[in-house]
Write a protein that binds this ligand. Structure first.
Ligand SMILES: [Mg+2]
Length: 108
C-alpha cells in the first residue's frame, strides 16, 4: 500500500464520517496520541498474556490493529496540516541514514 492510497481513502471516508468537520488540529493531534497509546496498551496486554500476569490480555493481531489505527490517525493529522507523509518519511529516513553514515536509503 502506498501512503497516497491511505490519504485518498481517508479523504473519502472523512466525507462519510458524521462530525468530521469538527475535527481540528488539536483533535487530530489528540487522536494520534491516543492511538499510539493504544499500541502501547495492546503490547502491555500481550506481554501480560505471555507472562501469565492476571488481567485483560491482547493478541499480536490486536497490536497490529492498533498500529494500523495509529498510522491512519497520523495520516489524518498530516493531511490536516498539509504534510505529505510519504515524502516526509523518505526525507527523514534518508536524513537519519546520512547522519549516521549508513548506506540504506529510500528511493525519492
Ligand atoms: Mg485504536
Amino acid at each position: 500500500m502506498r501512503f497516497q492510497d491511505l490519504r485518498d481513502a481517508n479523504a473519502i471516508r472523512r466525507t462519510e464520517w458524521p462530525g468530521d468537520d469538527q475535527a481540528d488540529t488539536a483533535f487530530r493531534a489528540l487522536e494520534v496520541a491516543g492511538e499510539f497509546g493504544e499500541v502501547a496498551e495492546a503490547v502491555k496486554k500481550m506481554l501480560r498474556a505471555e507472562r501469565g500476569i492476571k488481567g485483560s490480555t491482547a493478541t499480536l493481531q490486536d497490536v497490529a490493529d492498533e498500529m494500523a489505527d495509529a498510522i491512519i490517525s497520523l495520516d489524518l493529522l498530516a493531511d490536516h496540516l498539509g504534510i505529505d507523509l510519504g515524502a516526509s518519511v523518505v526525507r527523514k529516513f534518508n536524513k537519519t541514514s546520512q547522519k549516521y553514515d549508513l548506506r540504506t536509503r529510500l528511493p525519492e
